[in-house]
Write a protein that binds this ligand. Structure first.
Ligand code: CAA
Length: 258
């Protein structure tokens, strides 16, 4: 698999996707979204990959947003299609990915960049990270799920403030708001993400997929999160991992999940 705008590396039990357009601050153009879609679909089927980490190349940016140059002359229909296709091919794919996805936010995460980070299940940030949804300064709104995911993560009032002011918060503030789980120095960030991936990978992948479906169901229209939890809990009892986990516990050994 060869890519121009991303790189894909496999390390033990996790895979690292790096967006590699540092000169454009890793802005998400159409091709980058296509490549991320292709890579994620491949990782979904790759048994050795139990956790995915997404980061940006260079020292300055995770992702500085959707590529403004690409949509500057779009009309209403094209604008709508941009958001719909992006959400389908990347942002919803990440949010509903059946394996844990960690966003390693290593600099600016703006607009579509913060939206990508918010689609990840867990966010870690470096001390130089700056996050915001500056779309209203361009005369648009966040279109890659930002109006929904930011309000869920930090509450409606604070989400409105960030959207209306088009402002940015630093890593410490993002941590205090619950927007990121941990903050590390830039040098530590990827090692910390890999360490977390290793810790996660000791547990059951089948249970991760169920947990992701149950947690996300609580935010879906027409879904009852508690009912989905009951369903997924039941399904776990039919998995190899359940047998392995409970047998290991009863035998006082460590489970070896496949
Ligand atoms: N799209 C396209 N190119 C971008 C970009 C973006 N989102 N962000 C940065 N770049 C490009 C710049 O145009 C510049 O390219 P050139 O060297 O060819 O001029 C290069 O990256 C470096 O950027 P700057 O010179 O601007 O770097 P800076 O350090 O002075 O500023 C910044 C950094 C504050 C992040 C600034 O680049 C910036 O404000 N970027 C745009 C952020 C933004 O508005 N993001 C939201 C995009 S809209 C969106 O995402 C919509 C959606 O929800 C679907």
């Amino acid at each position: 698999m060869s890519f121009q705008n991303i790189s894909l590396q496999h390390q033990n039990t996790h895979s690292l996707i790096t967006i590699t357009r540092p000169k454009q601050l890793n802005a998400l153009n159409k091709q980058t979204i296509e490549e991320l879609n292709t890579a994620l679909l491949a990782l979904q089927d790759r048994n050795e990959t139990r956790v995915v980490i997404i980061t940006g190349a260079g020292e300055k940016a995770f992702v500085a947003g959707a590529d403004i140059k690409e949509f500057a002359d779009f009309d209403v229909a094209q604008g709508k299609e941009l958001a719909a296709e992006g959400q389908r091919k990347l942002f919803d794919l990440v949010a509903n990915f059946p394996k844990p996805v960690i966003g390693a936010v290593n600099g600016f995460a703006l607009g579509g960049g913060l939206e990508l980070a918010m689609s990840c299940h867990i966010r870690l940030a470096s001390t130089n990270a700056k996050m915001g949804l500056p779309e209203t300064s361009l005369g648009v709104i966040p279109g890659y799920g930002g109006t929904q995911r930011l309000a869920r993560l930090i509450g409606q009032g604070r989400a409105y403030e960030l959207i209306f002011t088009a402002g940015m918060v630093d890593a410490q503030k993002a941590y205090e708001m619950g927007l990121v789980n941990h903050v590390y120095t830039p040098e530590e960030l990827l090692d910390a993400a890999a360490k977390m991936a290793g810790k996660i990978a000791r547990n059951s992948s089948q249970a991760f997929a169920s947990a992701i479906r149950a947690v996300n169901a609580g935010f879906e229209d027409g879904e009852n999160g508690f009912a989905v939890e009951v369903e997924e809990f039941g399904k776990c009892f039919g998995t190899e991992d359940f047998k392995e986990g409970t047998t290991a516990f009863l035998n006082k050994t460590r489970p070896q999940f496949k």
